[in-house]
Design a protein. Structure first.
Length: 258
């Protein structure tokens, strides 16, 4: 039986996010409304600062994740993984455009700069299939899998890659799957990874789970990742934070790196 491919969901107009528990569906929070005394958050794609950080902290509170931390945050022996920040997802002309990707670009840029200043590894992944290769389940699941020949596979110009960075080509959700990423990280003495990029609930989450299973400490940047739908974003943060990764904000990462 063929799988029916659905278009990405649009965020609920009400902004109300619900959680399913053993007690049924419960209203969690209206996460699109500003905190009391504040302004609209992330609607104008603000750079990292009190606005985006306040929304990220609001997410953590609403999801009950504020206390699920390794504190103090120690990012020694860590590497940054920037997942699939490609034109296919960041360019408004693409049918795969993720609107909230615009909001996280300044945050990811700031984290990249901090890692480079510390001389710590920065890894970029890009997703694309070669003509004639076995697409596996992705070919069955998606009506139009991203092909290498598509010019939109290019890493966005907003994420300039330097010679010291590591670039990983992948054709599955996880950056670890059938790549030499694990080997490269071990060679550099990396014990922890910081996850940023798109999409939160697909490639970012899959990579975070794979990293955990390879015994890396995983830190998931809640305002440095994005999905087409905020509910999917928050659901992913909640599930991965339960057993695979530590949720952190951009501000926390920058402060930890000094």
């Amino acid at each position: 039986m063929a799988i029916k491919v659905m278009a990405p969901l649009k965020a609920a107009e009400s902004g109300i996010v619900f959680a399913v528990s053993s007690h049924g569906i419960q209203e969690m929070a209206d996460l699109t409304r500003p905190e009391e005394g504040g302004s609209e958050l992330m609607n104008e794609h603000q750079p990292v600062g009190e606005g985006t950080d306040a929304k990220a902290r609001g997410w953590l509170r609403a999801l009950g994740l504020e206390r699920r931390r390794f504190m103090p945050l120690d990012l020694s022996s860590s590497a940054l993984i920037v997942i699939d920040m490609q034109d296919f997802f960041l360019d408004e002309r693409s049918h795969g455009f993720i609107p909230d990707s615009k909001a996280i670009i300044p945050n990811v840029q700031s984290i990249i700069q901090s890692f480079r200043k510390k001389g710590m590894p920065v890894i970029f992944s890009w997703h694309g299939h070669r003509e004639g290769e076995d697409l596996g389940m992705e070919g069955k699941w998606w009506a139009d899998p991203l092909m290498e020949t598509d010019p939109l596979t290019k890493i966005s110009d907003s994420m300039p890659v330097e010679d010291s960075d590591i670039v990983i080509h992948k054709n599955r959700y996880s950056v670890f799957h059938r790549t030499d990423l694990d080997q490269k990280l071990r060679e550099k003495g990396v014990e922890k990874v910081v996850i940023t990029g798109v999409a939160t609930h697909i490639c970012c989450e899959t990579t975070a789970r794979a990293a955990f299973m390879k015994d890396y400490e995983v830190y998931f940047v809640v305002d440095g990742t994005a999905s087409w739908d905020e509910e999917l974003h928050l659901a992913s943060l909640r599930t991965t934070s339960d057993a695979f990764s530590v949720p952190v904000t951009t501000k926390e990462v920058l402060e930890a790196l000094g």
